[in-house]
Design a protein around this ligand. Structure first.
Ligand SMILES: [Fe+2]
Length: 271
């Protein structure tokens, strides 16, 4: 499937627009059938999947499982799905499109096309973050993003649209004159947004649209430096095995107390 249209910008165009304005919106960049399939997957996903963790920011461990998350605080209120490229994908088209846009971003920044997609000692990589801001309470305070010496050029692929899926609110960037720009007001289905992570940006409260219950959904591939296993003290890494062993011994003890034969066997080498 062709993901992108003839209107997809050139890397030189995006680099020039970001240098001048700090952000840019490119309409009709992604094929309508791609966007339709993303909507068909993510809308029910966020209506049905119960998050198991609080949203995290930074300190993502190399080798983590995928997870969905939810947080409601003064800083932000959103559901956020994390997918890591070493795991199997929950939606192949989302992964393929977000990784393709990440490779395009590498071209804009004059990086190796596969930067962030291969293992490296500094643990630099991308993960797929799909966020859902529910109506009435979804928001994200303005902030900047940055790490080490690599400037973060963010992209965002909006999956739900202001005026169509929610009334108002959504992504803003603060421009060089200090004015808040309503980016979501410039977006239609198939638009692709780039912005410099060093600019102040955030999400203003999402106001609902009559008859629409979901709110705001968008996906990104976010560059980060993952926390390597070598930074986790052995005592914590090994605690997983200690806990599993403890549970196994407890189960064995209960079986003995109850006069039952053991159901488990020491097949895993923890004994
Ligand atoms: Fe951010």
């Amino acid at each position: 499937m062709e993901y992108f249209t003839q209107q997809f910008p050139s890397p030189e165009q995006v680099a020039a627009d970001i240098a001048e304005h700090g952000y840019a919106v490119y309409p009709n960049a992604v094929q309508p059938e791609v966007m339709e399939e993303l909507r068909q997957f993510w809308f029910p996903y966020f209506q049905n999947d119960f998050p198991k963790k609080h949203v995290v920011r930074g300190d993502l461990l190399m080798g983590s499982e995928n997870f969905n998350s939810y947080t409601d605080s003064s800083f932000w209120c959103l559901y956020r799905d994390f997918e890591f490229l070493w795991n199997s994908t929950k939606h192949a088209l989302t992964r393929d499109v977000t990784v393709a846009i990440h490779q395009f971003r590498n071209q804009i920044q004059n990086f190796d096309p596969d930067y962030g997609l291969k293992f490296s000692p500094d643990c630099y990589g991308v993960y797929i973050s799909t966020s859902h801001y529910p109506p009435a309470r979804g928001h994200l305070q303005t902030h900047t993003d940055g790490h080490k010496d690599v400037p973060i050029l963010h992209y965002m692929l909006p999956i739900s649209i202001q005026g169509q899926d929610y009334q108002s609110g959504g992504m803003i960037v603060i421009d060089k004159s200090g004015k808040a720009i309503d980016v979501d007001a410039q977006v239609e289905l198939g638009s692709l947004v780039f912005f410099d992570g060093r600019m102040q940006h955030g999400v203003t409260p999402i106001t609902p649209l009559a008859g629409k219950t979901l709110g705001r959904v968008a996906t990104f591939a976010i560059p980060t430096f993952f926390v390597p296993q070598r930074d986790i003290p052995d005592v914590i890494r090994r605690s997983k095995y200690a806990i599993e062993r403890g549970l196994s011994i407890t189960k064995r003890g209960l079986s003995l107390l109850q006069g039952k034969p053991r159901q488990d066997s020491p097949k895993d080498g923890y004994y």
